[in-house]
Each structure stands twice: as C-alpha cells, then as structure tokens.
Design a protein around this ligand. Structure first.
Ligand SMILES: [Mg+2]
Length: 246
C-alpha cells in the first residue's frame, strides 16, 4: 500500500501491472458508502474533534464561535473565529482533523461500521489489475480502514485528504486526489467506483470511467453526470462488461 501525503507519491506494489499497453484498467474506489458502510463521517465526530482541539489550545470560544468550530466547514468564517481566539487557523484545522481521525478510528475498532459484503470481491479483482482507494475522507482514517480491514495489500494506492485547509478544498468533485492516485499507479486510464454525483464528476474530470454503486440510500438519486455503468454490489465488478467481463 502506498500512502502518499502532501503530493508525495511513490509507485509501488501491483501498480506496475498497469504500465504497459493492454494491461487491465485499474479500478479506483471511493470509501464511504462504497466499500465501507455509512455514507459519511458522523457530524458528531467533528463536534467532539473541535472540542478536543479547543481544549488543546486552551481557548474559550463563545457558544456561537464554538458552533462554527464544531461545524464541518473550513473557510474564512472558521479563520476569523480562530483569529479572534488568537490561534492559527491552519494549526487549529490540523488538530481538529487529527482528533476527528482518532475518534473515527476508535469507532471503527468498536465495530461501528463494517465493510459491505461485496468487498470480499476486492481480493479477486486485485489479482488481475491494480486497485486504489481514493476518498474525500481524512487520509489518516482512509489508511486506517485499509489496514484495519486487511486491505492494505489489496490496494496498491490509498489516498485520502490532507489535513490542511488546502487539502480540504481539493476534495471531489475536484479531481486532485484521483489524479494523484493515477500518478502513483503510473496510469492515465481506469474506472472509479463511487456512490455520489461528485464521484462521477471527479472521475470524468480525471479522465476515468465512472461507475455508480446503487445502495439503499441513493436508490432514487439521478446523477446529472451519467455513469458508464451501475452496479448494486462490488462483486458485480467481477463480470462487468466495461472491465472486460462476461
Ligand atoms: Mg462515498
């Protein structure tokens, strides 16, 4: 597993399989709602993470300021609250992100979220092509998920967002992290499997074919960016015509 951070990427492991003409296209996967049950980070995690960071900096925000710091946003409003409290915005954000990852990882260890059943197909898929995990979630949590669920050898590249304001603003639909993963894999084509409109948009911008996974929670959504294929389980990828299946 390669875990590039801050733009540092190193081709590794099965990544080299896709470097030649005719090799099977790599498959890149979104995490939340695609391999891991639960569509997003519980907002309560950001509340608790902000409170831990506030305690760490030993500042005393008003209730309104605390509400801003607790919300899942990273913008000039958060920056102005940090300035008013005499703390550095980027430092606050880094601490909040780290605490959010630690809390999320504690919850994962407690069994709060499991892999989808179809994730058992990942190892078989990885036998013929490189796989990557590319998520808007924090890199610290994405790499923990890969390791905790025994997928660190399955994914040639694992990429989540950097714990900086810039890293936050590079989330999908920005193709930044997908392009970073493609660089790490040493390829320019492939498939991205996601559960949201922004996954399909990011895939298109990165030059990838978007595959939409239909779950109960997105059953009635109609993305404006058409996917190249729709699946209802990751195991459907094993014989998807788009990937050269039957
Ligand atoms: Mg998702």
């Amino acid at each position: 597993m390669t875990t590039p951070t801050e733009g540092q990427t190193t081709p590794h492991g099965t990544a080299n399989h896709a470097s030649g003409v005719g090799d099977p296209d790599p498959i890149l996967f979104d995490m939340d709602g695609v391999i891991l049950q639960g569509r997003r980070t519980d907002p309560e995690i950001y509340v608790a993470a902000a409170d831990r960071a506030i305690a760490e900096f030993d500042v005393h925000p008003t209730p309104d300021q605390q509400a801003v710091l607790r919300s899942h946003r990273c913008d000039e409003v958060v920056a102005s609250v940090c300035t008013a409290l005499g703390i550095e915005y980027e430092a606050f954000w880094r601490h909040k992100e780290r605490h959010a990852s630690e809390i999320a990882n504690e919850r994962l260890r407690a069994g709060e979220r499991a892999l989808y059943d179809g994730a058992s197909a990942l190892d078989a898929l990885a036998e013929s092509r490189p796989l990557a995990l590319v998520s808007n979630n924090r890199h610290q949590t994405v790499s923990f998920v890969a390791e905790y669920f025994g997928l660190d050898e399955t994914f040639a590249v694992v990429r989540g967002r950097d714990p900086t304001p810039e890293g936050f603003h590079r989330r999908k639909p920005d193709p930044f992290y997908l392009e970073d993963a493609l660089d790490a894999l040493g390829v320019t084509t492939g498939v991205y499997v996601g559960d949201r409109e922004k996954d399909l948009r990011a895939a298109s911008r990165a030059g990838l074919e978007g595959v939409l996974v239909r779950r109960e929670f997105n059953r009635d959504e109609t993305p404006t960016t058409a996917p190249a294929a729709e699946i209802s389980s990751l195991s459907d990828l094993l014989d998807l015509p788009l990937l050269g299946g039957r």
